[in-house]
Design a protein around this ligand. Structure first.
Ligand code: ZN
Length: 298
């Protein structure tokens, strides 16, 4: 069984230029749950003034119509964030740290040691299931390729219920993913399609034993350190792939496509996902297509 976690409302929208109001973000969460997503990362508990796009986390959670079969997760960066999450109805705590010193410094304004201590503190007190996401686990925009041994060593110092390896800048290829998932025993991966390896990497992770795959509807998201790059792998493209490979996701692909069309209209620009534009499956040969191919053959 594969658990697809849609991170669009959090990781996706946080890295898009537009700021959507809490009510719209709650509606996105509700639409994703209604499509059958087993998990949605709904919000981040950060200071509103620091990350305005994620402002009003409690309001977003207040707008969620809980659906059986969907687990609702929130990102917390420190104990204060954890306390805020505990004041809501969310089910899962996601916390994160970067695999490299420079990324922790530049992204979180703290050393790797401090980030590690903070993550350990959250994991230590959490009464809810926890996911620890190690960002830049394969490559770092400041330090280049990341030594897999270093990542594996870091992972042994963290006692989360679930470990997720993130290819934050989308540099990994399937061999890297397979080998690091095997080495760390990670439960899941968080992939970006920056260099078009995201979907191949998802399959490689499953082959290596991972069962949790992060993705975002429409491929929402990006990376502040690669402003022109593609974001997360798209949920609808991933579901199309998984279903085609015989994995029953119990997610409604048509419903996902409708959500992407809705977001595209909301944001007023083309999203990165492909399946929502191409459709779920090539339609049967239509008379128009048949005559076109006939004339081409002539
Ligand atoms: Zn991401």
């Amino acid at each position: 069984m594969v658990t697809v976690c849609d991170v669009g409302p959090r990781d996706g929208l946080q890295n898009e230029p537009e700021t959507l109001p809490p009510a719209t973000r709650a509606e996105l969460v509700n639409r994703l749950a209604a499509a059958g997503l087993p998990r949605v990362e709904a919000v981040s508990f950060v200071r509103d003034e620091r990350v305005p796009r994620m402002a009003g986390a409690e309001e977003v959670v207040g707008g969620i119509d809980r659906r059986d079969g969907t687990e609702y997760a929130g990102l917390v960066l420190n104990l204060k964030g954890y306390e805020r999450l505990r004041g809501t109805s969310l089910d899962r705590v996601n916390c994160t740290l970067a695999a490299t010193e420079s990324f922790n410094q530049r992204n979180g304004n703290m050393s790797l040691d401090q980030a590690l201590t903070q993550a350990q503190a959250i994991l230590g007190v959490s009464e809810l299931p926890t996911t620890l996401t190690v960002s830049v686990a394969f490559g770092c925009p400041f330090e280049g390729r990341v030594d897999p041994g270093r990542v594996a060593e870091l992972c042994t110092q963290l006692n989360a219920d679930e470990l997720v390896l993130a290819d934050t800048i989308g540099v990994a290829t399937p061999r890297d993913v397979k080998s690091l998932v095997e080495r760390t025993g990670a439960a899941g991966v968080h992939l970006h399609n920056t260099r078009s390896t995201g979907y191949a990497n998802a399959l490689a992770a499953l082959e290596a034993g991972a069962t949790v795959l992060d993705s975002s509807i429409g491929g929402l998201g990006g990376c502040p350190y690669a402003p022109r790059a593609t974001g997360n792998i798209a949920t609808e493209d991933l579901v199309y792939l998984l279903e085609g490979e015989g994995i029953d996701t119990r997610i409604d692909l048509d419903a996902l496509i409708a959500i992407s069309a809705w977001i595209e209209e909301l944001l007023g620009r083309r999203l990165e996902g492909q399946v929502y534009r191409a459709g779920p499956f090539p339609s049967a040969t239509t008379p128009a297509a048949a005559s076109a191919s006939t004339s081409a053959a002539e």
